[in-house]
Design a binder for this molecule. Structure first.
Ligand code: HEM
Length: 395
């Protein structure tokens, strides 16, 4: 149910510049459940305090699946088929959860070594070309996309192609995007072809093998390919944006730079996740019932947006929240991986991915620095993640 538009509502998201927390966030703690206007023009409740964000994520009366229901108020237009919003639910319902979780295990034989070698090789290439280099397009993105190809068992040459689709799939647009649908159909067809390719290994080969098992006969190739494509998309965009923004923080924040060396990355990872500004939207839920949320009675059918960066900088939860302090005892209480039923299933993989990339980067290039004034970074607009288009660095 979308209420009548009111001119005075602030628009959300606030700001795509990832150098600092948007200034509006501080004021939100006074009123941690606030009405905003979304990109799609709907009204939504923006939730910003740590305990209320956690309450929303952990309460099954706030549904992710129902954000895709026809007529529901939207944060932005869907860029995937509506049923795919309930991706992990579909995966579980199809009996594929264990198979997927196994593929997301960073302890898989040889995976850590593969990550270290790949990060090293990409940095070697940048060093061989000479400074300045683009740390997002030449390191964070290819490293992330290639790791997902490796896990899925796709050839590495699929990485740039699948990656380009994500520039559109993660747009936040008021209206449906034709290119998103075209990319989706083409990428699903491509992954379906990979099922019959003898060179396919990893998760994709495991999914292909299920096609010969009668218990899985009801699963179509398209359903199986959707598993691969959604893991590539969700995983690559999130890991690449987190890694990019962790390097931005290192290069622009003295407190991060002073605390981080290649030897301290592992211990600082939770705090890097807490201060990270890569999530540029709100985690959306639809209220299935009237629910009291702090001072606000959220009505059935209304849209609620969980502001992860609000929760992560809430002074009630984190003392001196704007300072990077890896030793803070509760750094791991951040909500950067969500919470409750939809808690990210790949947290261990995501942490290992970033840890190895940052260790390798800071070991090879400890003096890495922005090679343009920070105010010259161009921030991607109308996108679900905050990322600079280019990240020119020297060392
Ligand atoms: C630093 C990296 C990552 C971050 C910050 C991140 C963050 C998140 C967050 C916040 C959610 C919750 C969404 C919600 O509640 O609406 C989530 C869910 C999810 N993530 Fe991640 N993620 C990361 C890496 C990955 C990777 C590597 C994969 C897979 C290869 C992945 C797959 C998923 C999936 C499938 C869900 C949906 C879970 C569900 O609905 O039950 N993520 N992630």
């Amino acid at each position: 149910m979308t209420a009548t538009p009111t001119a005075a509502l602030s628009s959300f998201p606030f700001d795509c510049n990832g150098l600092a927390l948007p200034e509006q966030v501080e004021a939100l703690y006074e009123q941690p459940v606030t009405k905003v206007r979304t990109v799609a023009g709907a009204e939504a409740w923006l939730v910003s305090s740590h305990h209320l964000c956690k309450q929303v994520l952990e309460d099954s009366r706030f549904s992710l699946k129902d954000t895709a229901a026809p007529g529901a108020p939207r944060q932005y237009a869907l860029t995937i088929p509506p049923h795919v919003v309930n991706n992990m639910g579909n995966i579980t319902g199809a009996g594929l959860r264990q198979c997927v979780l196994k593929a997301l295990n960073p302890k898989a034989p040889g995976l850590e070594e593969w990550m270290r070698q790949t990060a090293g090789r990409l940095l070697d290439d940048l060093v061989a070309e000479g400074a300045p280099a683009d740390l997002r397009n030449g390191f964070a993105e290819p490293y992330s996309a290639q790791m997902h190809c490796h896990i899925l068992g796709l050839p590495l040459e699929d990485a740039p192609k699948l990656l380009r689709s994500l520039d559109i799939a993660f747009m936040n647009s008021p209206r449906p995007i034709e290119a998103a649908r075209l990319n989706w159909d083409r990428d699903i067809a491509h992954l379906t072809d990979r099922f019959d390719d003898p060179a396919t290994t990893g998760l994709m080969a495991e999914l292909a093998a299920l096609r010969n098992i009668p218990a899985y006969a009801h699963l179509t190739d398209e359903m199986l390919a959707t598993v691969g494509l959604t893991l590539f998309g969700a995983g690559t965009i999130s890991t690449s944006a987190f890694l990019t923004m962790a390097t931005v923080a290192f290069m622009t924040r003295p407190d991060v730079r002073n605390a981080l060396t290649h030897e301290s990355v592992a211990d600082a990872l939770e705090e890097l996740l807490r201060v990270n500004l890569s999530i540029g939207d709100g985690l959306p839920r639809i209220a299935l019932d009237d629910v009291q949320l702090g001072d606000v009675l959220v009505k059935r059918g209304e849209l609620v947006l969980v502001l992860v960066e609000g929760a992560n900088h809430d002074p009630q939860r984190f003392a001196d929240p704007h300072t990077f302090r890896p030793e803070r005892p509760n750094a791991a209480d951040h909500l950067s991986f969500g919470g409750g039923a939809h808690y990210c299933p790949a947290t261990a993989l995501a942490k290992k991915h970033a840890e190895i990339a940052l260790e390798t980067l800071l070991e090879r290039l400890p003096e890495v620095r922005l090679a343009v004034p920070e105010e010259q970074l161009v921030w991607r607009t109308n996108f679900m993640k905050r990322v600079p288009e280019r990240l020119p660095v020297a060392w």
